[in-house]
Ligand binder design. Structure first.
Ligand SMILES: Cc1cc2nc3c(=O)[nH]c(=O)nc-3n(C[C@H](O)[C@H](O)[C@H](O)COP(=O)(O)OP(=O)(O)OC[C@H]3O[C@@H](n4cnc5c(N)ncnc54)[C@H](O)[C@@H]3O)c2cc1C
Length: 420
């Protein structure tokens, strides 16, 4: 069994299946297991639950390949990976896709200025040692992810000026009132909020544009009724997360919107191929662990173990559904980009150069949008949200890959064909 992705979902899937005696290999693009939420932290600072799962993985017989980017997957299953510059082919009877999510960026005037970053990017920079002490920081966007980032910035000494949630106040209130159903999340939200208790936390407020003035950012805020500008040194934005589904789409899995469709056992529409965590759209670390464990049990043929976790998964799905309803993006956010706003920052493509009605593919062919170094990972989802089009087709390799690795993978494939 191969597990792709070493976040909470992949760790749980690999640890459970290996614990049941299956031969498991976990391939993770990151330098060490842990995914978006745990990989940057020293083991001693992690919550007990995280330490337990990492300990279970280490104590198991699962082979963990870090720095391993899976760039190709063929039916059957045959995985091609770039493992720190080496071509590695893995043959597996079952695969768990636990590839996580990435941030969604919705272009607005000034979003490419230095000092404007995604909240996840800000968090990663902070964990890597960025000094924010005394810097005027504003956070704008949507969803529960704003809170841990605001708390982390406040604790790191940032001069946090405002946290702006775009969702209307009635939606946020309704969501907050529903948190009694998940007391742990209620406590967590209160703890985060207490870390920036004196900072303005406005609902129904979003960024209209950003410009540069006197060496700093000038952020224009709006509530739709009133508009005002405030200076900042750093603006962290969040428009939500987009599941990473390139490998699932390569294998022809059924998708619903941006998420991979799975059955009760986390199996996708392709037999033997499971998906867990963010790719299924059921967001959050706890949900990822449970889905990963279910996939691990199911892929190992232990249906009873998987079934025991269904009630817990149902509670997390309920939370995800409530969160996605409450923090739905308001249409005004899609209308912010102006004709000269850059929509593909790798290739400097402006909105005006994309004709209304074009598909993402047509925009790519005519303007090079999506052909730069990020290979459409940033502008692809942004254009889908702005233009309302469906995703472009996926091609191998799914991430930029050295030619030597591609040649190595091709040679390994030809060798195995010759051998069979
Ligand atoms: C930028 C960002 C910041 C976040 N910060 C927080 C936070 O502070 N608090 C919080 O509660 N939640 C946060 N989240 C949400 C968090 O990601 C999830 O709740 C949780 O980590 C989901 O676990 P997962 O296993 O599904 O995915 P992830 O933890 O994202 O793990 C996915 C793993 O798959 C790997 N991967 C992806 N593609 C490939 C490939 N082709 N080959 C090999 N490996 C691959 C990635 O490198 C990653 O290690 C954040 C999400 C993002 C995108």
């Amino acid at each position: 069994m191969a597990v792709i992705g070493g976040g909470p979902a992949g760790i749980a899937a690999a640890a459970v299946a290996a614990g049941l005696g299956r031969s498991v290999v976990l391939l993770d693009a990151s330098p060490r297991p842990g995914g978006q939420i745990w990989r940057h932290r020293d083991r001693g600072t992690l919550p007990v639950g995280a330490r337990d799962w990492l300990g279970r993985l280490e104590a198991s017989d699962a082979t963990v390949l870090s720095g391993a980017n899976v760039v190709d997957v063929a039916p059957g299953f045959r995985l091609g990976a770039d493992v720190q510059g080496r071509a590695v082919t893995v043959a597996a009877g079952a695969v768990v896709l636990a590839t996580g999510a990435q941030e969604l960026f919705l272009p607005f005037p000034g979003w490419t200025l230095p000092g404007v970053v995604g909240v996840g990017g800000a968090q990663a920079l902070l964990k890597a040692g960025m000094d924010v002490r005394g810097k005027r920081v504003a956070i704008a966007g949507t969803g529960p992810l704003l809170l841990p980032v605001a708390a982390a910035l406040a604790r790191a000494g940032a001069d946090l000026r405002m946290v702006a949630e775009q969702a209307p106040p009635r939606e946020v209130r309704r969501f907050a009132a529903s948190l009694w159903r998940t007391p742990a999340r209620l406590v967590q939200a209160a703890l985060y909020r207490s870390a920036f208790a004196t900072v303005r936390y406005r609902w129904g407020t979003w960024v209209k544009r950003v410009s540069e003035r006197d060496g700093a950012l000038l952020v224009t805020w709006t509530t739709g009724r009133s508009t005002w500008a405030e200076p900042a040194d750093l603006l962290c934005t969040a428009a939500g997360l987009v599941p990473c589904t390139e490998l699932a789409r390569l294998l022809g899995c059924e998708l619903s919107g941006e998420a991979v469709v799975v059955d009760h056992e986390q199996q996708t529409s392709v037999p033997g191929l499971y998906a867990a965590g963010e790719p299924t759209g059921n967001t959050g670390m706890e949900a990822a662990l449970i889905e990963g464990a279910i996939a691990g049990f199911a892929a190992a043929g232990q249906g009873a173990g998987a079934r025991a976790l269904w009630p817990s998964r149902a509670r997390h799905r309920d939370f995800s559904r409530r969160a996605s309803e409450a923090f739905r993006l308001r249409p005004e956010l899609r209308a912010r980009a102006e004709p000269d706003t850059i929509v593909c920052r790798c290739e400097d493509v402006t909105l005006a150069s994309i004709a209304p009605g074009w598909s993402v593919r047509e925009a790519k062919l005519a303007t090079r949008a999506g052909m730069g170094s990020c290979q459409g990972r940033v502008c692809g989802p942004a254009l889908r949200h702005l233009l309302g089009t469906s995703a472009d087709t996926v091609r191998v390799p799914v991430v930029p890959t050295p030619l030597g690795v591609l040649a190595g993978l091709t040679a390994q494939r030809d060798d195995s064909r010759g051998a069979s």
